[in-house]
Write a protein that binds this ligand. Structure first.
Ligand SMILES: [Zn+2]
Length: 194
């Protein structure tokens, strides 16, 4: 007789929990067409470009109501379609979790093996050597050019000197002749007479 004295509805918790779970999985499956799986993202990668923080420095632009967000000034991220106000925050943004996620990367970093580290050292060493070689070559070319120029200048100077000497000799001769005519001797004749 005393069946259900309070009028409150009794909820079958287990039953509803099961229902809720079923609904959630159904929703997930509906979303991407297949049973939900944890998203697999790439490991964090090196940035292979230089971040442009300065190309708009000191420039003035006109902004109207119809200006697209990407041209509103500030730092626009085309991956996340958002504008960041200053360079520090922009760097924070592109290094941040949200941005990397939009790029399809997780924040997890690949752990390098000893071999990878060794290889990287080798590559960097080679790069340095290459740079040194380039430098040496350019330096050598510069030296050669300078040597050539010096040689040219020297030759020119020699020729000029020769010419000058010839002219001087000529004037000396003239002087001597003049002296003879005038009745007194020049330098040459005084030295000869002893
Ligand atoms: Zn971004």
């Amino acid at each position: 007789m005393t069946k259900n004295l309070d009028f409150r509805r009794k909820w079958d918790k287990d039953e509803y929990e099961k229902l809720a779970e079923k609904r959630l999985t159904e929703e997930r499956e509906k979303k991407d067409g297949k049973p939900a799986q944890p998203v697999k993202r790439e490991l964090l990668r090196h940035r292979d470009y230089k971040v442009d923080l300065e190309s708009k420095l000191g420039k003035t632009i006109v902004i109207t109501k119809t200006t697209p967000q990407s041209e509103m000034g500030g730092y626009y991220c085309n991956v996340c379609d958002c504008v960041v106000k200053d360079s520090i925050n922009f760097l924070d943004h592109i290094n941040g979790k949200k941005h990397q996620r939009n790029l399809g990367m997780s924040m997890r970093v690949e752990r390098s093996t000893l071999d990878q580290v060794k290889k990287r050292f080798e590559v960097n060493k080679k790069k340095m050597e290459e740079k040194q070689k380039d430098y040496d070559f350019e330096e050598r070319m510069k030296e050669l050019r300078e040597e050539e120029e010096k040689a040219k200048a020297y030759k020119k100077e020699k020729q000029r000197e020769k010419k000058r000497r010839a002219e001087e000799d000529l004037t000396f001769e003239e002087d001597d002749e003049m002296a003879a005519v005038m009745g007194f001797s020049g330098f040459g004749s005084t030295k000869k007479s002893h």
